[in-house]
Design a protein around this ligand. Structure first.
Ligand code: DC
Length: 217
């Protein structure tokens, strides 16, 4: 059953890949003492499972059937990384953040029925939480109590990404631009979102701005 938004007090952070939203969301959640939720992890899990099982990333019906049959769900706990559970097993987060998953995830995330499946998993979560993604403030939680949209030029985001994974800057910039193009349809800043350009800001500064905009919960 989908819970009415009023029972969830959601803080939504949206933005393009490597805009810093997951680090910001994680730290803001920690400071507020509430769970952090990564919507992208569910898209990554769908992609990983399809790749492992030989399901075509273009085959929307087969993808949804796979996700439903395998009972894929997201577990969130205060202070802990999100975990994707498949039946009784847990998918390693490292396995969901590989170049192979990166290369396929935008294709999987385009399917409306996959999106509906992810949205339903997110709306099942209870209470107060900080959720990050592309369409949290628009499609999934339009009634979120606070909405933020983080952005930075592709070159700046790529430089941060290179710090996370061993890779060449030019290559990463190009890959990010390609992903931006593929993700564009999903990426919609909410009209009532506070827009933060993070190019000149440190992580700590962005977190401080978000916390000060939220105020006491
Ligand atoms: O935030 P991330 O990089 O883990 O997201 C992985 C992919 O999932 C990203 O390429 C776009 C897609 N995604 C989406 O379409 N909608 C969301 N709300 C979150 C992620």
């Amino acid at each position: 059953m989908i819970k009415p938004v009023a029972t969830q007090r959601v803080i939504a952070l949206d933005g393009p890949a490597a805009s810093g939203k997951s680090s910001v969301a994680r730290l803001v959640a920690e400071r507020l003492g509430v769970p952090y939720v990564s919507s992208g992890l569910l898209y990554r899990a769908a992609t990983y499972l399809a790749q492992r099982r030989g399901v075509g990333l273009d085959d929307e019906a087969a993808l949804v059937q796979l996700l439903t049959a395998m009972q894929v769900r997201l577990e969130v706990q205060i202070g802990l990384p999100n975990r994707v559970r498949v039946g009784d097993d847990v998918l390693e987060n490292a396995a969901l953040h590989t170049d192979t998953v990166d290369a396929g995830v935008s294709v999987v995330a385009r399917h409306p029925r996959v999106r509906a499946w992810v949205d339903a998993r997110l709306r099942e979560l209870e209470g107060v939480f900080v959720v990050e993604g592309r369409d949290m403030g628009t499609v999934v939680f339009p009634g979120a109590v606070h909405k933020f949209y983080l952005s930075a030029p592709a070159e700046v985001r790529a430089a941060r990404r290179v710090g996370e994974r061993a890779a060449d800057l030019a290559e990463v910039t190009e890959a990010l631009k390609r992903r931006d193009a593929l993700d564009r349809a999903q990426l919609r800043p909410a009209r009532d979102a506070r827009h933060l350009d993070t190019r000149e800001l440190t992580l700590a500064e962005v977190v401080a701005e978000v916390l000060s905009a939220i105020g006491p919960l």
